[in-house]
Design a protein around this ligand. Structure first.
Ligand code: G16
Length: 552
């Protein structure tokens, strides 16, 4: 163990004024990197976290990130502030690389761990002029619930200063133990524990045999955190050829790309699967490894459908053979999983957007699987969504079914019917224009029931609010819902993860029974709803945009 020569002196740094803009969004505090580089900005938020997270003094904290620009500096600051706050032990990883699901696992398996700090702006681009972020997780390994996030925000609003020690940076280039005053800093391999967990949940022998039998796959790590994990799993353990993992080296700016696994930002991968014949399966994960996109040859799997397929086939997969307690999806996610849950006769919960809302259900054992339309799928193995877990789950299903992704989807729709679904994003809309659009529609809600729309009729129009069935907490203002008599629906929400202007999300869904037209292009199937949404909310008029920036 290396120790700093003398116990470092704690320095109390005063703030000229508390920061007023440190309210966490859907998942942590995300801002353009230059905002985080302002003097004291990062330290202010961390001080609020260290003052608010229960059990910090003497407790254990997990710290790591997705490797983006600012990661290394932030870890250094956290270690020095943790020492000043007498944190007992900080567990961090070689080069500070730690995916969000691996962080969740590490928190859950480290004795005395009170939570974690994950440095990531998730799927947002990274670099000196791009985005940085700080996510805070609690002792259960999941994202801070709303009450904790609110308490951290409240603390920032009145903060007078912060405590830090000055000392040389702890080397993170290899595993080891170090001492900083009374704080032990443990540098561990951030990959191995997670890989062992995956080996418990999935049958690697079955996967190795299947993937070696002529089912070529490709995985795109988008130069983000999953590269080292995916290389270890696919190339070392499953024996796939070197190069199976594309863009596998984590880079501070993600190679100039946007580490968001969707058809727009993972286009080379999408083109390889949707236009080429080289691969039977393709997948990608986001900046911090919690999101996933699944592709088959000529087949894009909608994330809502992915959750439904995983639920329908769960008992075929090693770690889930005992069956499912229940499932949950976020409100804007399609009801495809509801249909499967009904057949399986298990409960299906509808929560607001944000993984944090699944935490109480998972902790109480009410659900085994959960997912969101925003490319997130996960289970009770951790308390975060998990990109590589989803990829291995899909491959395990395919290894049992021995069919193509497209055939699996066709069979699924022929059984449960198809929930045509699409999300239209309007990014970087001027804040006031977005607020006006949202507010105008919100005011119309009480008058909308019974009105014709999109060749249908509005059955119900409201703003979604949620009461947690476990702890009774309520969350209101969670999106505007327009529910039509046919069962189709459109949802309007303002994103809580963007950092520039506002992002309007429009979610569209239409159900087609299993004896109906199951092979339409989703944009064609949803065309009347798309037109109806514009007519109702004046999207073009308010945003000045004639088309969405991203369609998924
Ligand atoms: C975060 C949350 C997800 C949420 C997503 C989108 O994901 O963890 O639960 O669905 O944001 O949120 P919004 O629609 O408000 O932008 P991530 O991967 O960014 O941490």
């Amino acid at each position: 163990m290396t120790a700093s020569a003398t116990t470092p002196q704690v320095r109390h740094v005063s703030l000229a004024a508390p920061f007023q803009d440190q309210k966490p969004g859907t998942s942590g505090l995300r801002r353009p990197t230059p905002v985080f580089q302002q003097p004291h900005y990062l330290e202010s938020f961390l001080e609020a976290v260290l003052q608010t997270l229960p059990g910090v003094q003497g407790g254990t904290l997990v710290v790591g990130g997705d490797g983006r620009y600012g990661n290394r500096r932030a870890i250094d600051v956290i270690l020095r502030m943790a020492c000043a706050h007498r944190v007992g032990r900080v567990i961090t990883t070689t080069n500070g690389i730690l995916s969000t699901p691996a962080a969740s696992h590490l928190i859950r398996t480290s004795p005395g761990c009170v939570g974690g700090i994950i440095l990531s702006a998730s799927h947002n681009p990274g670099g000196p002029e791009e985005d940085f972020g700080v996510k805070v997780n609690g002792a259960n390994g999941g994202p801070a619930p709303e009450q904790l996030s609110n308490a951290i925000h409240q603390a920032t609003l009145t903060l007078q200063g912060y405590a830090v020690v000055e000392t040389a940076a702890i080397p993170l280039d290899r595993p080891g133990h170090h001492r900083l005053g009374t704080t032990v800093v443990e540098v561990v391999d951030g990959v191995e524990d997670f890989v062992v967990l995956m080996q418990k949940l999935f049958d690697f022998d079955q996967l190795r045999e299947f993937l070696g039998s002529g089912f070529p796959i490709t995985f795109d790590a988008l130069h983000a955190v999953t590269g080292p994990y995916a290389r270890r799993i696919f190339e070392d353990l499953l024996g796939l050829p070197a190069g199976t993992v594309r863009h596998g080296a984590p880079l501070e700016d993600f190679g100039g790309g946007h580490p968001d696994p969707n058809l727009t930002y993972a286009k080379p991968l999408a083109d390889a699967l949707l236009q080429g014949d080289e691969f039977s399966f393709g997948a990608a994960c986001d900046g911090d490894g919690d999101r996933n996109m699944i592709l088959g040859r000529r087949c894009f799997v909608n994330p809502s459908d992915s959750l439904a397929v995983i639920t329908a086939h769960a008992t075929q997969v090693k770690g889930y053979g005992q069956g499912l307690a229940g499932v949950a999806r976020s409100m804007p996610t399609s009801a495809a999983v509801d249909a499967v849950a009904e057949t399986l006769a298990i409960p299906c919960y509808e929560t607001p957007t944000g993984w944090k809302f699944f935490g109480t259900l998972l902790d109480a054992g009410k659900i085994t699987l959960c997912g969101e339309e925003s490319f997130g799928t996960g289970s009770d193995h951790v308390r975060e969504k998990d990109g590589l877990w989803a990829v291995l789950f899909w491959l395990s299903i395919l290894a049992t079914e021995r069919c193509s992704v497209a055939t699996l989807m066709e069979r699924h729709w022929a059984t449960y019917g198809r929930h045509y679904y699409s999300r239209h994003d309007y990014e970087e809309v001027e804040q006031t224009a977005a607020a006006e659009l949202y507010g105008t529609l919100q005011r119309q809600l009480p008058r909308l029931a019974g009105q014709p729309l999109a060749g249908d009729r509005i059955r119900q129009a409201d703003e979604f609010s949620y009461t947690d069935p476990v702890d009774g907490s309520t969350s209101s203002r969670q999106g505007l819902r327009i529910l039509l008599e046919s069962g189709s629906r459109m949802i309007f929400r303002l994103s809580g993860t963007g950092t520039r202007g506002a992002t309007l999300r429009l979610y569209l869904e239409r159900y087609e029974p299993n004896n109906g037209a199951l092979n339409l292009d989703p944009q064609t199937a949803l065309a009347p709803l798309i037109r109806g949404a514009d007519q109702l909310a004046g999207i073009r008029q308010h945003t000045g945009m004639s088309t969405p920036t991203v369609i998924t």
